[in-house]
Write a protein that binds this ligand. Structure first.
Ligand code: PLP
Length: 364
């Protein structure tokens, strides 16, 4: 039994049945185990609205960042140049990766509460003809802002660029028509909206693009092309895979299906999120991102007034069964509340009741 529920953007609160899958030890060479990997790969393609003749799903050991880095290091060659859109820490992490790998890149840097603009993006693509790739985070988990996937995909197609989307915190919780949008590489991980446990990430990749990436990777273990070629044979991962995590993830995918798929999960998350924003606004706790740009995943809230102690607030809520998340902004004091995972309306109601109670206690 959990002592508290996680209101964080992953790892998040999972079901007991997902956790129970991890009670068995499995052999990586065994056909039964390898078939779990293959099942996961085809389920992921279905979630992405992607046809197996055009797209493939590649699983990669490590946390989500490893999967992002595997795309950055394996698919952008030294002749290429990537335009990186940033409005938060995860976008900035892409820049850091580009630095480490030694990629040619240019950054389209925005404030943390701003979305990229079509005119500006267009003008950058027109001015710099060396740009071959565009990389962007979909839901910037730093603030909870949602970036305009449709617009960026459209421009990427119009200018013939390769598009890399870090959809870590949104895939599975929001409908993303990867094939319809023409996204070339979409990255997410086991422990976010699909509600598995941490241990691997995955890439939904357009095969005609990935097929051209042999030999580009500057990292052996993160070589996405090699991982694909290995895994595609029979579901065997190149190196030891997180067997328990894989089994749990397979169960989590089935449970997503049983819930009614991504659209049902999206409705639950969006309902959680709206309720949270509304209820907290009523007691004077306001969101940093305006509603029109807010994702249904995680919300950043401004500290309500001077002398607010996050530590005390956190401890008070934790004692009563919920764990929230610190803020990640440097210029304003904030905290974050995630509403993904096994979290329902009654949890949000209860959390808001606890917060209101805390405000009352503090006011006395
Ligand atoms: C969670 C997350 C990641 C990956 O973080 P890890 O700690 O490596 O799992 C990357 N990008 C975004 C937008 C995320 O939310």
């Amino acid at each position: 039994m959990n002592k508290y529920k996680l209101l964080t953007p992953g790892p998040l609160t999972t079901t007991s049945s997902v956790k129970e899958e991890m009670l068995l030890d499995r052999c990586t060479w065994d056909d039964e185990y390898k078939s779990i990997t293959q099942k996961i790969r085809s389920q992921l393609l279905a979630l992405a609205g992607a046809d197996a003749a055009q797209y493939t799903a590649v699983l990669m050991q490590g946390s989500g960042t490893f999967a992002v880095e595997s795309v950055m290091t394996s698919t952008i060659s030294k002749e290429d140049k990537v335009l990186i859109v940033t409005n938060g820490a995860y976008g900035e992490r892409l820049v850091k990766m580009a630095e480490y790998i030694g990629l040619h890149y240019t950054e389209y840097k925005l404030n943390y509460n701003e979305q990229p603009s079509e005119n500006e993006l267009r003008s950058r693509l027109q001015k710099d003809l060396r740009i071959t790739h565009i990389a962007m985070v979909h839901c910037e988990t730093t603030t909870g802002i949602l970036n305009p996937l449709e617009m960026v995909s459209r421009l990427s197609k119009e200018y013939g660029k390769t598009l890399i989307i870090d959809a870590m915190s949104s895939f599975g919780g929001m409908e993303i028509d990867v094939q319809g949008l023409g996204i070339d590489y979409l990255i997410s991980s086991a422990n976010k909206c699909i509600q598995g446990v941490p241990g691997f990430g995955f890439v939904i990749a357009k095969m005609e693009k990935l097929a051209l990436c042999e030999g580009i990777a500057r990292s052996l273990s993160l070589d996405l092309y090699d991982q694909w070629k290995g895994m595609d044979k029979d579901g065997k991962w190149r190196y030891t895979s997180p067997t328990h995590v894989v089994a749990a993830f397979s169960k989590a995918l089935d449970e997503l299906d049983a819930e009614g798929g991504v659209s049902a999960r999206f409705r639950r998350y969006r309902n959680n999120n709206r309720l949270l924003r509304e209820k907290l606004a009523r007691i004077g706790i306001h969101a940093y991102i305006t509603e029109d740009k807010q994702s249904p995943i995680i919300t950043t809230f401004l500290f309500p007034g001077e002398g607010f102690s996050f530590g005390q607030f956190y401890a008070y809520i934790k004692e009563r069964g919920y764990v929230i998340y610190p803020g990640k902004l440097t210029d304003v004091d904030t905290f974050r509340i995630g509403n993904i995972g096994e979290i329902y309306e009654q949890d949000i109601e209860e959390l808001c009741r606890i917060i209101e109670e805390y405000r009352g206690v503090i006011a006395q």
